[in-house]
Design a binder for this molecule. Structure first.
Ligand SMILES: O=P(O)(O)OC[C@H]1O[C@H](OP(=O)(O)OP(=O)(O)O)[C@H](O)[C@@H]1O
Ligand code: HPA
Ligand SMILES: [Mg+2]
Length: 183
């Protein structure tokens, strides 16, 4: 796996430090609100697990599976809901937990959905923000790191379902892509 990585962008220790910092901030901001933390599968699963472990308040977790990339480095623009939430968001303080905001299409779709379902509040925490490729206007409420316009993998993020188990965030070597016209 490591041999497919061109450059390590964010090390494991930097991720750990940042997740602690975000957890501390969210603990303060969501005290008394019993937030419903919604993990956007599959990419956000490692971040969600580590983040809620740093939030020292009562909270609930739910999972939504959406996909728009498939085996590509570009969004298809179509957000498919593969698994919806178990819980109702009505009247709840929703905290959407994402691994990355890239085009913004996935989150734009989800935020609209949760507002329509009458959540009391909807905020976003993302580990990574890639503002260079945004096609939908969207700013996260909480963000770990801003990354450049390159396809990144690791700590949940995949290319064609691989590299999610890397402990760091890295840039994938271009020759790994099957279609050299991508990116
Ligand atoms: O801002 P966007 O351009 O919409 O991209 C961000 C989304 O794309 C990725 O998910 P993907 O659809 O690849 O599913 P996965 O998490 O299962 O890999 C990522 O985990 C985000 O959810
Ligand atoms: O840079 C990325 N890497 C992995 N998955 C993604 N989904 C959107 N952008 C990315
Ligand atoms: Mg993906």
């Amino acid at each position: 796996m490591d041999e497919d990585i061109q450059e390590v962008l964010i090390s494991e220790s930097e991720i750990t430090r940042k997740v602690k910092e975000l957890g501390k901030q969210l603990t303060q901001d969501y005290r008394g609100l019993n937030p419903l933390c919604i993990c956007v599968l599959k990419g956000a699963a490692p971040f969600m697990t580590d983040l809620v472990g740093q939030m020292e308040i009562p909270l609930e977790m739910d999972f939504m599976d959406v996909s728009s990339y498939g085996a590509s480095t570009k969004s298809s623009g179509v957000v498919r809901i593969i698994k919806d939430l178990d819980a109702s968001v009505e009247g709840r303080h929703v905290l959407v937990v994402e691994d990355i905001i890239d085009s913004g299409l996935t989150l734009n779709h989800l935020l609209e959905l949760f507002r329509q379902r009458n959540a009391a509040s909807v905020k976003v925490v993302t580990l990574l923000d890639k503002p260079g490729r945004r096609s939908a206007e969207l700013k996260p409420d909480y963000c770990g790191f801003t990354v450049p316009d390159a396809f990144v993998v690791g700590y949940g993020l995949d290319y064609d379902e691989k590299y999610r188990n890397l402990r760091y965030i890295g840039v994938l070597k271009k020759e790994v892509y099957t279609h050299s016209s991508e990116l």
